[in-house]
Design a protein around this ligand. Structure first.
Ligand code: OKP
Ligand code: ZN
Length: 356
């Protein structure tokens, strides 16, 4: 019969976010999270004719309202105004991106909102690898718009949709940016599905890095289950979250499932973790699934440590399709530029051809 095709929502504003340098081992190095990532994925989807490609919804009342449910008001206000404040500090700042350099840690306060911009950069972030640029806000809300549109199409009866955007989102928490992420697009998609009438939604995060922001946003909630397969945080970014003993708190107890794997793991090992993650998602009986789709699990990824081959991504898509849930895919990481398009398209194609 006819193969049901994926609908992709593309964020044309993604190019507005083009960071120059990130801090790495004591020096500023060129950013890995570059605009060509999204363009290459788009080109491959067009080349394979993998379903229709549509622009995302622009910022409006419904996007504002879901953003306020996922992020704190003071964080959103900070993010929207940050670039203006940065260039007000000194005119030459318009030549370079903003990076934090001071943080509030244990024993210090985070309830006071400092008037100093550098202090607020630190208050709302957790690393020095995530430059905030002139177009960060526009790009990030464009991505959230993709997630909103992709979730809405699922509510309208679609089996699978894809929010193709950058910057990624899964490291962004309710009130912090970091790990190249500013707005948590997967959390936006999940919240839209709930608001549209789904009782329970699962998020499966298959990016190489643990989705600490997504986990934190839903950690005390029983309406969203978060399951993640990722590099062991004892050696891999983001280091300070993502262990197997993090199972939720309060109402959320039992609805967080971390599956850390050692750096160097290949698809054989990873596939067993996927089966385990999908089993617990299936037991949760969700009405819908959000997949945080990172392809930095690829063997040639420059900043990650798993050993996926290109064809493995077809199997990933098929296995996800097997649990038979309406699914929104949301783009996260993947930094091997030459292969990123094929790897993402393979997941979507695997899903399209899998059991519905
Ligand atoms: C974002 B996503 C690289 C150091 C790692 C942070 C990685 C963020 C990954 N020089 N920096 O999960 O793909
Ligand atoms: Zn990643």
């Amino acid at each position: 019969g006819q193969i049901p095709a994926m609908i992709t929502f593309f964020n044309p504003n993604h190019v507005a976010h083009a960071g120059q340098l990130e801090m790495y081992r004591g020096e500023l190095v060129p950013c890995f999270e570059v605009p060509s990532r999204a363009d290459r994925v788009l080109a491959e989807l067009e080349h394979r004719q993998l379903g229709s490609i549509q622009p995302a919804s622009l910022i409006d009342g419904s996007l504002r309202s879901v953003l306020e449910k996922v992020h704190s008001s003071r964080y959103l206000q900070f993010l929207e105004r940050a670039w203006g404040e940065w260039i007000k500090l000194a005119p030459e700042n318009s030549e370079r991106d903003a990076l934090p350099s001071v943080w509030s840690v244990r024993g210090m306060r985070s309830d006071r909102l400092p008037s100093n911009f550098a202090a607020r950069m630190g208050l709302f972030s957790f690393d020095m690898g995530t430059p905030l640029t002139a177009g960060t806000w526009q790009a990030a809300i464009g991505g959230a718009g993709c997630a909103l549109s992709a979730a809405n199409r699922l509510l309208a009866g679609e089996r699978g949709t894809f929010a193709l955007t950058r910057p990624p989102g899964h490291h962004a928490g309710a009130d912090f940016f970091g790990g190249y992420c500013f707005i948590n697009n997967a959390a936006v998609a999940a919240q839209v599905l709930l608001d549209g009438g789904m009782a329970r939604v699962a998020i499966l995060d298959i990016d190489y890095h643990h989705g600490n922001g997504t986990q934190a946003i839903f950690y005390r909630r029983s309406d969203v289950m978060f399951a993640s397969i990722h590099g062991d945080p004892s050696s891999e970014y983001p280091f300070f979250l993502g262990y197997a003993d993090e199972t939720g708190e309060g109402d959320g107890v039992g609805y967080n499932h971390n599956l850390p794997l050692p750096k160097g793991s290949d698809f054989d090992v990873w596939g067993q973790a996927l089966t385990e993650g999908l089993d617990s998602i299936f037991g949760f009986k969700p009405d819908g699934l959000v997949v945080s789709l990172g392809v930095d699990t690829f063997i040639d990824d420059p900043i990650s440590g798993f050993r996926f081959l290109e064809e493995d991504y077809l199997a990933v898509g098929r296995q996800i399709a097997n649990i038979g849930l309406p699914t929104v895919f949301v783009m996260e990481g993947g930094y091997a530029l030459e292969a990123i398009g094929r790897n993402v398209a393979n997941v979507l194609q695997g899903f399209d051809t899998g059991k519905s």
